[in-house]
Design a protein around this ligand. Structure first.
Ligand code: ADQ
Length: 459
């Protein structure tokens, strides 16, 4: 079996609960079976030159991490990664900062990653690079003469050409994607956006096997929708700890229905719109006042970036406003919590909820939607309300699919979900659970690695 080398911005060590990131959770599980190497940034910022890999082992997985120096952290991570590519790829050109210094840092760190990783590679390795922080890594490895099979998976959406072309160096960025042997996207829509860009902007072509060619280079591109470990979440949901959480929650609800939202605190997750929809629900369907509670769990992320500080203030104001407007001495409509929970506790809370409210404005996939489904009681499942702009909506057709911008409509769907008969809830849940179980994390990883290995063998 070939050694799998995973490269991602952050390496999660062996503590998935310490990180609220979907990528971290997914990769931790994905590497366990493979005697692989996981390379990335340690999360530490140092004065002076970072960059000598620190090697540790956990079980049969080797971890190699490097530190970053202050300037690189600012330009590569906070800058080009989180203030340029993240908003732009989520269709928020209005929030994107276009600064060539940021790009300089992005390029420097990708070159540094390639140099440090290069020393650890062995013949026969298969390299799988993750996400938008590391798009040029493949090109940097090729420049150093590495000829190993190289795959890239984009966890976030790929924007349509009209959006991507607002970036000053869009051609350079996409060109660097073409050196990979395989590019994976979350959905067919992302794949189509990429193909359209190559045709329109690069004058390239796409053949019927999914091979995309431009600038004399060819790459296989395909959708590989990421999954979850559905069985594990289902087990977590009936664990002792989950039951304890769920009982504590039920006691505090005193017979009221629970609606749950769980998201990293990020402007892509549609949280202000969600609170607004909930306010409209209470206002337009007043019989529900005192009968329903919204639990919104939103651990802060990227707090060094000003747009994240702003969204946090906005949510504090909105939840305070709604609670001030509707609360009674014995009922508060929104419980807004800024901390992370471990996965058993979360699964217990999902299972105790009548509705999962997952309404991002844009999301590559959204694992919370799938976790909510996997955690339900098959005999009495809750209802998933899901944004059409989450990648997951292309798979979870049993959800109530909504436009998160249309808050009046979302309010109506909340009412509809609360009234949904048990038979319909069961039927919708069975459809979704089938999809979540069949397309789980193992299937995703195996499919990507098999495709990459096959391409490497034939190339
Ligand atoms: P994220 O934007 O982080 O991931 P998501 O897919 O929902 O979004 O994953 C979040 C993960 O963190 C889930 O596993 C969730 O359970 C966990 N989590 C969230 N809040 C938590 C809390 N309070 N306590 C504990 N755990 C919490 C990115 C992309 C997504 C894509 C994933 C995976 O933005 O679109 O689905 O990567 O590819």
């Amino acid at each position: 079996m070939k050694r799998l080398v995973v490269v991602s911005n952050r390496v999660a060590s062996n503590e998935p609960k310490a990180s609220a990131g979907g990528l971290a959770v997914a990769l931790d599980a994905a590497l366990r079976e493979s005697e692989g190497l996981w390379f990335g940034w340690s999360g530490k910022v140092v004065d002076g030159i970072g960059g000598t890999p620190r090697i540790t082992r956990s079980g049969n997985v080797t971890f190699a991490t490097i530190d970053l120096e202050n300037q690189d952290f600012d330009d590569y991570y906070n800058g080009y990664g989180n203030r340029t590519l993240w908003p732009l790829f989520h269709y928020r050109a209005d929030l994107a900062v276009f600064d060539r210094r940021y790009y300089g840092g992005y390029h420097r760190v990708n070159a540094l990653f390639a140099q440090c990783l290069g020393q650890l590679l062995k013949p026969g390795d298969v390299i799988w690079v993750h996400d938008f922080h590391l798009i040029p890594l493949g090109e940097e490895l090729r420049k150093l003469g590495h000829k190993l099979p190289l795959g890239f998976f984009l966890h976030i959406p790929f924007p349509v050409p009209q959006i991507l072309t607002t970036l000053f160096n869009h051609k350079k960025l996409v060109r660097s994607l073409l050196v990979y042997d395989l590019i994976g996207f979350q959905t067919d829509s992302d794949l189509r956006a990429f193909e359209e860009y190559v045709r329109l902007e690069l004058g390239g072509s796409v053949d019927n096997r999914g091979v995309i060619s431009a600038y004399g280079m060819s790459v296989h591109a395909q959708a590989f929708p990421i999954g979850i470990d559905a069985q594990q979440i289902a087990n977590f949901a009936v664990s002792k700890q989950a039951q304890r959480q769920s009982e504590r929650m039920s006691k505090s609800l005193a017979g009221r229905d629970l609606i749950i939202g769980v998201d990293r605190l990020d402007y892509t997750k549609g949280l202000p719109e969600r609170l607004n929809a909930f306010e409209k629900f209470l206002s337009n369907f007043p019989d529900n006042r005192g009968r329903v509670t919204l639990l919104q769990i939103a651990p802060p992320s990227r707090s060094d970036v000003p747009e994240y500080v702003e969204i946090r203030h906005e949510l504090e104001t909105a939840s305070g406003h709604i609670n001030g407007r509707f609360s009674e001495f014995d009922w508060v409509p929104i419980r807004y919590i800024n901390k992370a929970y471990n996965r058993q506790a979360l699964a217990g809370l999902f299972r105790a909820s009548r509705i999962g409210l997952v309404t991002p404005l844009r999301d590559g996939m959204n694992l919370v939607a799938k976790e909510f489904v996997a955690a339900q009681n098959p005999e009495d499942p809750g209802v998933l309300i899901l944004s059409r702009f989450a990648g997951a909506a292309q798979q979870l057709v049993g959800a109530l699919i909504v436009n998160p911008h249309d808050t009046d409509d979302v309010a109506k769907y909340i009412e509809r979900a609360l009234l949904m008969p048990l038979d319909e809830r069961r039927e919708r849940w069975r459809d979704m659970m089938k999809s979540v179980s069949e397309n789980d994390l193992t299937a995703w990883r195996e499919n990507f690695v098999r495709t990459l290995t096959d391409i490497g063998a034939s190339g």
